[in-house]
Unconditional design. Structure first.
Length: 162
């Protein structure tokens, strides 16, 4: 089980009930943070793992499908990054159950703001918007809160310990 921590801007769009009780995540990558992302006239949702800062981008259409889309996008990214299969499968199984909450970690939100700026630059400087290529770039983008490590390596370390 994990908590999908959404910004207030996103919560206004979601038809999901928000819990007021803190829930401890059982996933190795921790809670996932989500915010609306407008990119090239597309409405998207940026989702970032709290512990690894690994990020995926999913369509914002039909927001009630966000949990399923997040899980599917994470599965795809885990596969492309060649993260340990057994640990990735266990992580995805834990991601079948979730609660929705509000954001609590300002460091993750700050990193997400940096990611949004990178996404806007990427969208403006590429002829075609390829979300998977963008996710791979984000997986290699150093983060200050990871001591300038990269999310891909952090996710591999967290999942490799299983």
């Amino acid at each position: 089980m994990y908590t999908l921590r959404c910004t207030h801007r996103l919560l206004r769009r979601l038809p999901l009930a928000v819990t007021t009780h803190p829930v401890s995540s059982t996933t190795r990558l921790g809670d996932w943070y989500a915010n609306v992302l407008f990119l090239r006239h597309q409405q998207l949702i940026l989702c970032t793992s709290e512990r690894s800062l690994l990020s995926v981008i999913v369509p914002a259409k039909d927001p009630d499908l966000l949990p399923v889309r997040l899980r599917n996008a994470a599965q795809s990214l885990f596969h492309v990054l060649q993260l340990p299969e057994r640990s990735a499968a266990a992580e995805l199984e834990e991601m079948r159950q979730l609660v929705v909450g509000t954001t609590v970690n300002r460091s993750v939100l700050g990193t997400m703001n940096d990611i949004v700026q990178h996404c806007r630059w990427h969208g403006a400087n590429r002829p075609i918007l390829d979300l998977q290529a963008l996710e791979l770039e984000l997986a290699e983008m150093p983060a200050q809160s990871l001591a300038f490590g990269v999310p891909r390596e952090q996710a591999a370390a967290l999942l490799g310990a299983a």
